[in-house]
Design a protein around this ligand. Structure first.
Ligand code: SPV
Ligand code: MN
Length: 623
């Protein structure tokens, strides 16, 4: 160890912390810590390992320092992010690009030296009078080929506590690292605090130094901006995956039971933009959840296998109800470790929007004290809770958590699902003709439609390829190519599906909330070739005769031919309009692989041929 570095680190650590660091004599790690000390100037450095004792201390310190407050229920705490910090800050999240490199113009970026000077300026001295926390975690199951070791430095016990619930401990893995430098580094400071929340939010920055696998974050607390292993690591992982020919995706993983008595379980991963039914699909009653947000996929011996990068959920609490989400509701209302954020607190109880119970008349929320009828300076009503209020829990607290969560070899990918939201275009479920068609016509064509609950006009469609657009750290075309190439070398290429739970007629949804349970069962049967499908211009459709018995068996419901026709009718004009929108997106990019246009054009020709023969709206019985 370089003497200068050792001296800096040793000067700030107590003996227990130093002993832990000495067990990880990695030059790059020590240099990272020493640099953070010199920059942020903490009073002391505290190192925690994966032990229960250390985890309990982290929890306790979060409460002692007022970053979290206990609720009446044992193990429950809440945290407020402050009025201007309740969501990911896309505008100030930037890639640090060296002058010798170039990134897609569509990615938010700043020249590396200039960006480093700015963010390091904002970080300078932020930890004076405070403890610097050093934590070790692992993305993916520890010791697996998927695993990426990570070190998080932060001055926030809330961030550290959240990571304990969301990620597998990585201290033991770091001890085995030797001199290798392949790990992700995150440096976060909440910055100057007022009432325990970041005060200088105009100086909020999240800068990604991908040349060093290092990310800086300052003057923010919201987990999506601060918990390094979540969306910050995803950006580094997408680059690493592209270099090494695997996939880092914004996907849930879930298991679907095969036919009764078969003992079969088929696993799916799925990417859905927010508000398109992602968590609801991962949590379908009767099936199994492996993860709800991030998945790594690798080709292992010719087979596509996947892991959940995380072991917890940082989930949107808005609209979580006892009836709609019984498993999550149970965890949120019984003793156990839960962090609530940006909810309304009244008499030690959390309240959130859409919880199916009346709001109390007053309470405290992330914007301050709240009472019914409260208005802001502009006379606008103040919300009792944030729309993006969240809960943080361990997946292991859920009764439907899969036993295969920690499979080091990953779980075999049965199928891949891309879920969009539109009121008038895609059928509820369909299967791509092949991998390339699925990646391009479904994944790279994903859109989500704005609803009444989001600000602005409703019905506006937002493009979000693979639901990963916010996190792309490489050009769009390169990312699509990596997805396409993933199938090369697989002896068994997983089928690709598309879902849409949001078709409407006369303003009313024409599929039921619980129908997704049927669509996944149909996909499960398709993976095993047990049901046939109807070729349509947009993909392979389920047959009525296969869906009706599933509705009966799974939901105890009649499923009429009229419902089927309404839902699975091919809507030619809407599908053509979607192709126009998607094509326009890719025409604007400079590096779109030609195959994208070929696949979209082929789909257009099929739709036009169908229209010439059968008209604009075609029943699946007429295909
Ligand atoms: C998302 O927004 O996709 C999330 C929450 O999963 S965040 O951590 O903010 O990214
Ligand atoms: Mn997410």
């Amino acid at each position: 160890m370089e003497a200068r570095i050792a001296t800096i680190v040793e000067s700030k650590c107590n003996p227990a912390s130093l002993a832990k660091l000495k067990a990880v004599p990695n030059e790059k790690l020590w240099a990272f810590i020493a640099d953070a000390i010199e920059l942020c100037q903490p009073d002391s450095v505290v190192v925690f390992d994966d032990s229960d004792v250390d985890r309990a201390t982290v929890r306790q310190r979060a409460v002692e320092l007022g970053e979290e407050n206990p609720l009446a229920m044992a193990g429950h705490t809440y945290h407020f992010d402050g009025p201007t910090d309740p969501a990911r800050a896309k505008d100030v999240t930037r890639y640090l690009v060296p002058t010798t490199d170039s990134l897609s113009k569509t990615l938010n970026q700043i020249e590396r030296e200039e960006g480093l000077a700015e963010i390091r300026g904002f970080l300078a001295g932020t930890m004076k009078g405070r403890e610097m926390i050093v934590r070790f975690f692992c993305l993916g199951p520890v010791g697996s080929v998927f695993a990426i070791p990570c070190v998080q430095i932060t001055d926030s016990y809330y961030v550290s506590h959240s990571e304990d619930l969301l990620y597998r401990g990585g201290f033991e893995q770091f001890k085995k690292l030797g001199g290798r430098g392949e790990f992700f580094r995150f440096l976060h400071s909440a910055g100057r605090l007022e009432n325990c929340v970041s005060a200088d939010t105009t100086k909020k920055r999240i800068y990604i130094d991908y040349t060093q696998d290092r990310i800086y974050s300052v003057n923010t607390q919201y987990a999506g901006n601060t918990v390094g292993l979540k969306k910050l690591a995803l950006r580094l992982a997408i680059r690493k995956a592209d270099r090494e020919n695997w996939l880092a995706e914004h996907m849930f993983i879930m298991g679907v039971h095969g036919p009764a008595g078969s003992g079969r379980m088929t696993y799916f991963c799925g990417a859905y933009p927010s508000g398109c039914g992602k968590t609801a699909t991962a949590m379908i009653p009767g099936e199994e959840i492996v993860g709800d947000d991030l998945a790594y996929l690798r080709n292992i011996g010719g087979q596509a296998r996947m892991v959940n990068v995380e072991e917890g959920i940082f989930g949107i609490i808005t609209d979580v109800t006892s009836k709609g989400d019984p498993a999550i509701w149970k965890v949120l209302t019984e003793p156990g470790e839960v962090i609530f954020s940006n909810i309304l607190v009244e008499q030690g109880k959390p309240h959130w929007l859409g919880m199916g119970q009346p709001m109390p008349k007053q309470g405290v929320t992330y914007t301050g004290p709240w009472h019914e009828g409260k208005v802001d300076q502009a006379g606008k009503p103040v919300s009792p809770a944030e729309q993006n209020a969240r809960y943080t829990i361990s997946l292991r607290a859920l009764p439907n958590c899969s036993k295969r969560l920690d499979d080091a070899g990953g779980i075999e990918v049965g199928g891949v699902i891309y879920g969009g939201r539109d009121s008038d275009t895609w059928v509820p479920v369909q299967q791509a003709f092949d991998w390339t068609h699925g990646i391009i016509a479904y994944g790279a064509s994903l859109e989500s439609e704005t609803t009444a609950t989001t600000l602005g006009q409703t019905g506006v469609r937002t493009f979000n390829l693979m639901s990963n657009l916010d996190f792309l750290a490489i050009p769009l075309g390169k990312y699509i190519l990596n997805n396409l190439n993933f199938a090369n070398g697989l002896s068994n290429v997983p089928p690709v599906f598309a879902t849409n739970y949001f078709l409407k007629k006369d303003g009313q949804y024409i599929t039921g909330m619980r129908d997704k349970a049927i669509w996944v069962k149909w996909m499960e049967r398709r993976v095993h070739g047990e049901v046939e499908a109807i070729p349509a211009p947009t993909g392979l459709l389920p047959k009525y005769d296969d869906l009706a018995p599933l509705f009966k068996e799974v939901l105890g419901q009649e499923y009429t031919r009229e419902q089927y026709v309404e839902q699975f009718m091919i809507r030619v004009p809407e599908n053509l309009a979607k192709l126009d929108r998607i094509e326009a997106v890719y025409r604007k990019e400079t590096d779109t692989p030609p195959i994208v246009f070929e696949v979209l054009n082929a789909q257009r020709s099929r739709l036009e041929a169908l229209r010439a023969k059968k008209g604009d709206y075609v029943s699946p019985f007429d295909l």
